[in-house]
Design a protein around this ligand. Sequence first.
Ligand code: ZN
Length: 427
Amino acid sequence: MSYKRFLCLLTCFLSLISFVSCHVWNESVDKSDVEVKEMSDEVSSSQYEADETGSIPQSGESKTNLCPVRNSDKTVNGLTFTAQGDGSYLVNGVSEKATNYDLYYSKTLLPDGFVAGKTYRLDFRDTSITGQLRVCIYWLDQEGVSENLLLNAFYSTNFTIPENAKGLLIRLRVLAANVVIDNAIVKPIITAVEEKISVPGPMFTIIDDDGCYRYYSDLLPLCIEKGISISTAVVPVQIENRENGTTRFWMSWAEIQECQSNGVEVLSHTYDHASTAVVETRTIDEIRDTYQKARDILEEHGIYTNVLVYSGASGGLAKCRSAAGDVYDYAFLAGGDVDNQYGYMDPYNIWRYKIQYNYDFDAEKMKSLIADLAANKTGWMVWMIHTSDSKWCVEFINALSECIDYASQLGIPIVTASEGASCYSWK
Ligand SMILES: [Zn+2]
C-alpha cells in the first residue's frame, strides 16, 4: 500500500445510537485451550479492509462543515430511514436481507466540500453497533461508469478520494439478514480538521499471550539483558490455577509482579480466556463484566493496564469490541499480519503478526519484516508470540534476540503496547 500521496485531512463523524441486533461475525474456529497453539485465532485482514488506496494525512486546512446525507425518507429491505431534519436519520425495522442505503450518490459531482485528492475522516462515534453496520464509499471515474470501492469500514478510519474521481457513492450497509434495528440514529457529519498532522515514525512491539511460566524463565531475562519490554498478557483464572496448585504452567502473581518491577508491561488477556464458542453464548453485558473483572483483579495485585488482548478470535468480535470499548482504551486482535498505520488503526482491533504460525520463528523472515518497517518510515508493527505453545524452544529466544538487536541497529524503538497505541491512535 502506498501511504504518501495526499495532503489534507478532514473529519467525518458518523453517530449511531441505541442499537439492538443479532451477531454478524460467524467465521472463526473454536479455540478453547491456550496450551494448544492458537492457530485458529487468525483474523482475515479482508474482514477489516480499510483503504486500499489510502494515504497518510500530512496536514489539514479547511474548516468547512459538510453533510452529504440526503433529505428524503426511504424504506429499504424492511428498514425505514426517517429524516429528522437535522441531518440525522432514525432507522427502524428488521432487514429482510443485507441492506444498502445510499447516503449520497452522484456520477458527476462530489458532495459539497469534498475535493479529489484530499483525505477525510470517518469516525464511528458509537461503537456499540460495531460489526452491524458498515460505511462503504465508492468513487466513480472520468466516465462515471465504473464504481470503484474506496472504503469498506465499520470502524473509524481515514480515506482519500482519488485524484481522478468525478463522482462518489457513500453507502450505509446493514450487514446481515434479519438484523433487528431499534431506534438507531444515523448522523453523518463531516467537519474539517484544523491542526497539522504529524505521522509517527516506525515502532515495534512484542506481546507474549497467556502468561506462561516460560515468559518468566525465558523472556524476562532477555528483556533485562536488552533493556526492553516484551509485553506479557495474563489471565486471572490461569494465575489462580497456578496459585492453588492445579498447574505450574502459568506465572504466579509474585512472578508477574517481579516482571512488572523489572520494567516489562503486563496486559489483560481477559478474565477466563473463554473460547470463541463460549464467547458467542455471552451477551455484551456478560462479556463486559468479564473484561471488567479481569481489570479489577489485576489492579488488586498492583497491575494497572488500559490494554486488552482478546482471547480467541473473530467469533463474536463485534460484541467483544463493543464490550472492550467500555472497559479498556485499546484492544489487540490475534492476527492481521500487517502493520498498523496512523489514521487507519482501529484502537479496538489492533493488528498483530502471528510470528509463531505465519513466520515459523524464522529469524530471516522476521528480520525482513523489520527491514520493511524501517523502509516504510512509519507504521506500528506488533508481534504476537506464545511461550505457551508446545513448540516453544531456545531457538525462538535466539531469533527474538537477533530481531531485537536488528531493530535497534535500524533505529526502530521497541515500545510497550500502551505507548504504541497512544502514538498510533488518531485523535
Ligand atoms: Zn491467549
